[in-house]
Design a protein around this ligand. Structure first.
Ligand code: HEM
Ligand SMILES: [Cu+2]
Length: 550
């Protein structure tokens, strides 16, 4: 069991994560009914206010807080207790993050920041919203540096030894996050804050969007890599196997650092002002990420098959039946992985120049990120919660909780299948994203597009309602595991942290030479971004004043 202080810290993160999840999913429920014209909001509440809260609370707050809880638990499990300095810096990070979160949330709720979680200029929120976002990011840096410090002191005490796989992957993810945040911090501190407080009159819109997406794409890898950490290091243990290949796992993580940052232009494909050459270059770099993604998929199925065969699975697919399907810690994550197959394929579609023209800014995109972050990532976090929370809280995960967990995972899967399939197809038919009720002014031809069985806003709303019920079930399970379930007093009741063995004997040392990867990463960033950004600054069009459209 890890130290009491680290447990308290991780539990604090869990509490904020699930509080954000509760409000965020409630906003999602309202959205599906508003879009289908079944719900009218009171005058003091606005669709875009709800949508901003939904995006910020789920995609930013829920994910980041859960990720830090997972990091802290796993790192103190593999590298040992935090020292006094690491402890105080960790708590400082938590408080700075939380002050930022509260500031940004208050601004959204009071209707002063309905600018959506991407806060595109020239939409202008209250300056305090941007200050809140900046504090949140700085808080994650402080918390991240605390973990890096703990890792560095472990390295000093264990000269020449490779760090455990979990710690290695945590460090990779934090490095990725710190490099990625440079863009968003630059735009928030030097562009948005001076402009929102009225110290400057105008803003360079193109530059701000570019700096945002320099951050926005690696942001998705910041969500995904912790899920991959669970797939690489936790899942093999749950099914009774070992990590397939330690060096392959490490190599895939460093490739993610390299290829997830210099690619933000694939979110700006239809944007004027960026020459096609640079969009094309960044698209090519985007597709490089398929390599570590398929490496990950390969190792997962290799672990499933070898473990299944060891347990006596015969024939071509006999191993499949030997997997522990009745263990929700496994089944949840397995389903999460399956969702990622169409999710990843959809990502390749979105990143392709011509195909993006068809799907850009439609509900297809919404369908896409609900089967990437909304399920593979979120459902992996749910699957982790089923043991991580009772482990940290020292409580039992009772049989009735196990049954409820199954219902929760199955309902999330069904709800998401309905909601995201209808969103994908509605999008292809021409339904825009980020709008409240959109009926093209009652135009008959347009309304026919949305009259199919699946391409229908009603199907989307049914899916969304099932999802919301599932979310409430999860909140119940989390609250029970946190505060109410019986304490695990004897050994056999205690929930374990499942961490698979990883054979490091063949792993090359240079994989842990971070300076190589940071160096290559910056080289790629310079190649991909220097000239287009210089261009945006030198040949900047007149800046824009701010607009408040709500
Ligand atoms: C109860 C479950 C959920 C429901 C019913 C739901 C529903 C929706 C709907 C209908 C939209 C599109 C709104 C529009 O474009 O007009 C949306 C957007 C979004 N959702 Fe969800 N969602 C749920 C859970 C999640 C989860 C778990 C995540 C991430 C962890 C997530 C992340 C997002 C993001 C990032 C957006 C885009 C916001 C924007 O365009 O600014 N959602 N959601
Ligand atoms: Cu992207």
């Amino acid at each position: 069991m890890i130290h009491k202080n680290e447990r308290r810290l991780a539990l604090s993160y869990i509490n904020v994560a699930y509080f954000a999840f509760l409000i965020g999913t409630f906003c999602g429920l309202m959205q599906v009914f508003i879009r289908n014209n079944a719900l009218k909001l009171p005058a003091w509440l606005d669709y875009y206010q709800i949508l901003t809260a939904h995006g910020v609370l789920l995609a930013l707050i829920f994910t980041t807080y859960f990720i830090f809880a997972f990091f802290i638990t796993g790192v103190s499990k593999t590298l040992g207790d935090f020292g006094p300095k690491v402890r105080s810096v960790s708590w400082l990070g938590f408080y700075v993050m939380t002050i930022g979160t509260v500031m940004a949330t208050v601004m959204i709720i009071s209707g002063k920041a309905s600018v959506l979680y991407t806060f595109y200029a020239p939409l202008k929120a209250s300056g305090w919203y941007y200050v809140g976002l900046a504090l949140f990011i700085v808080g994650t840096w402080i918390a991240g540096f605390a973990i890096l410090g703990h890792y560095a002191s472990w390295k000093r005490r264990n000269k020449g030894v490779l760090s455990p796989l979990f710690a290695f992957m945590t460090v990779s993810t934090i490095i990725l996050w710190i490099i990625a945040c440079l863009g968003v911090v630059a735009t928030v501190v030097f562009q948005f804050i001076p402009w929102a407080f009225g110290w400057t009159d105008t803003i360079n819109v193109e530059l701000s969007r570019t700096l945002f997406w320099y951050f926005g794409h690696p942001l998705v890898y910041f969500w995904l890599l912790p899920a991959y950490m669970a797939w690489y290091t936790v899942v093999p243990k749950i099914i009774g196997g070992k990590v397939f290949s330690d060096s392959l796992a490490r190599l895939s993580f460093v490739l993610f650092i390299l290829f997830s940052i210099p690619v933000g232009f694939h979110h700006q494909m239809v944007e004027p002002g960026i020459p096609a050459f640079w969009k094309f270059l960044q698209t090519c770099l985007t597709f490089m990420v398929i390599i570590p993604s398929l490496m990950t998929a390969f190792s997962m199925f290799a672990v499933f098959e070898t473990t299944g065969r060891q347990k006596g699975g015969k024939g071509l697919f006999g191993w499949f039946t030997k997997l522990p399907w009745k263990d929700i810690r496994f089944t949840s994550i397995f389903i999460a992985m399956v969702f990622f197959i169409p999710g990843g394929a959809g990502g390749i579609i979105n990143a392709s120049f011509q195909l993006d023209e068809v799907v850009h800014n439609t509900l297809w995109i919404v369908g896409h990120f609900h089967i990437t972050v909304g399920t593979p990532v979120a459902m992996t976090f749910m699957g982790l919660s089923f043991w991580l929370i009772p482990y940290l809280a020292g409580r039992k995960f009772t049989n009735s909780m196990k049954k409820l967990a199954f219902i929760q995972i199955i309902t999330w899967s069904i709800g998401m299948l309905l909601m995201s399939t209808s969103q994908h197809i509605l999008g292809l038919m021409g339904a825009p994203r980020r709008t409240s009720y959109a009926g093209y002014n009652g135009n008959n031809t347009a309304l026919e597009w949305f009259n199919g069985i699946v391409s229908n806003h009603v199907t989307m709303a049914i899916g969304g309602s099932i999802l919301f019920l599932s979310a409430m079930l999860l909140i119940y399970i989390v609250a029970m595991s946190l505060y109410i379930s019986p304490k695990a007093l004897n050994r056999e009741d205690q929930v374990e942290f499942p961490l698979a063995e990883s054979d490091q004997s063949g792993t090359p040392r240079f994989l842990e030479n971070w300076w190589i990867w940071i160096g290559i990463s910056f080289a790629l960033i310079f190649v991909a971004y220097t000239i287009p950004i210089m261009h945006m600054i030198e040949h900047a069009p007149p800046g824009s004043i701010g607009y408040k459209t709500w």
